[in-house]
Design a protein around this ligand. Structure first.
Ligand SMILES: *Cc1c(COP(=O)(O)O)cnc(C)c1O
Length: 386
């Protein structure tokens, strides 16, 4: 089976990990701050806080922005469940804003309408909007940022797909249009630390809060303590935190991977380019790229023009799998998950997201795909789109 995504591990990655295994610190050592600094340099943010997953990063990002059990988060229904679950972890409520028919990202128009309606009806406005850069295609952050000023919500960018993406001359992760940006380093993502994630921000108080939250709310920094130190052994718990730390093993892998990030992104884009050229005559809708932006091309999503096909969505999907093409579907709309249906969401709530779900298929895209594999994928797609 040709996998839809996979890691690229070379000898230098293995050496970096082995060096840590032979060193004094497997965790809480020098590699984590070093990795954070490399991400700061790459993204041009002021701060970075490395953690054990993007899910943890989303959780502590919400907490650092003071999300509580009376709070409200809005996000896109077309994302991994973690983009919404982070609000529930904080006891807050979640609501969704339908996607744009072309970008598959949160629609700034729908967002504006939903804010205007909520405001006119004296309903609760969101405390945080989580924008998801699906497939690496960036959201229209300028519009969303201007709405945030008008309606007073914070913005978290879920950039799990978008390390290496660029929006209007700024690197995603620079937080030019958001309070916090989070990335995932799961093996299928643009680069990996096995499990791992990171949050970037330009605001020191958010970075300080997230650093406390990732490690039990405990500090050894006298400036953060509420009473004088008892002695050199002293540490103080100043808030309720978690153990979301990244290990030095993961951080060393991250430092090593980051050195090849631009080559990963270039390779991904050259494969996407081939798909764009060679699939354009087929009854498919191919990814649309918004102006003034560059996508890291984490995944390549095709949408079937079902009106021009005899086969159903599921038949095409199954046929590709039978032929050894590891297709996938990103994502099942979050509001249709049983857990969210129990919270009151139902079929029909977000029509664009549901239409997308009935047509979308993710075809393989990762730096290790060979030309021969790409030929096979294109050939099999042509064969099964009848
Ligand atoms: C992968 C992913 C996550 C979760 O990342 P983990 O590092 O596995 O916790 C969250 N949001 C999106 C959009 C993702 O793709």
């Amino acid at each position: 089976m040709i996998q839809y995504g996979r890691q690229d591990i070379q000898q230098e990655d293995i050496d970096a990990v082995v060096d840590v295994l032979r060193s004094d610190f497997l965790t809480d050592g020098p590699k984590v701050p070093q990795f954070e600094q490399s991400i700061i340099d790459y993204c041009h943010s002021n701060y970075a806080v490395a953690v054990n997953s993007a899910t943890s990063a989303l959780h502590i990002a919400c907490l650092a922005l003071d999300l509580t059990n009376t709070g409200l988060v809005w996000t896109s229904p077309i994302s991994f469940v973690a983009s919404a679950n982070c609000a529930i972890y904080c006891g807050a409520a979640v609501n969704f804003v339908d996607i744009d028919a072309e970008t598959y990202n949160i629609s700034p128009q729908r967002l504006r309408e939903k804010l205007e309606n909520a405001s006119a009806n004296n309903e609760q406005l969101p405390d945080i909007v989580i924008t998801v850069h699906l497939s690496g295609q960036v959201c229209e952050m300028e519009e969303i940022k201007s709405l945030s000023r008008q309606y007073g919500f914070a913005i978290i960018e879920d950039a799990s797909h978008a390390l290496g993406s660029i929006y209007k001359d700024s690197q995603i992760g620079s937080c030019k249009y958001s309070d916090i940006t989070i990335f995932s380093f799961h093996p299928v993502k643009i680069m990996t630390t096995a499990e791992g994630g990171i949050a970037t921000t330009n605001r020191s108080e958010l970075a300080t809060a997230m650093k406390l939250l990732r490690s039990h709310g405990v500090t050894r920094d006298a400036e953060l303590m509420s009473e004088p130190s008892h002695g050199p052994w002293y540490y103080q718990q100043v808030m309720l935190g978690y153990n979301y730390r990244m290990s030095d093993i993961s951080a060393a892998l991250g430092i090593s991977q980051l050195k090849r990030l631009s080559s990963f992104v270039t390779k991904r884009n050259s494969i996407a380019e081939r798909y764009n050229n060679e699939l354009k005559e087929l009854p498919l809708r191919l990814p649309h790229q918004i102006e003034d932006s560059y996508s890291a091309s984490h995944i390549y999503i095709i949408r079937l023009e079902l009106g021009n096909l005899k086969s159903t969505h599921q038949e095409v999907f199954e046929r590709l799998r039978e032929k050894g093409i590891g297709v996938n579907l990103h994502y099942i709309p979050i509001h249709l998950q049983p857990y969210y249906q129990k919270l009151g969401f139902s079929l029909g709530d977000y029509p664009e997201a549901e239409k997308y779900y009935s047509e979308a298929i993710t075809i393989p895209l990762h730096p290790q795909l060979t030309d021969n594999q790409i030929d096979i994928i294109i050939e099999e797609l042509k064969n099964c789109l009848v």
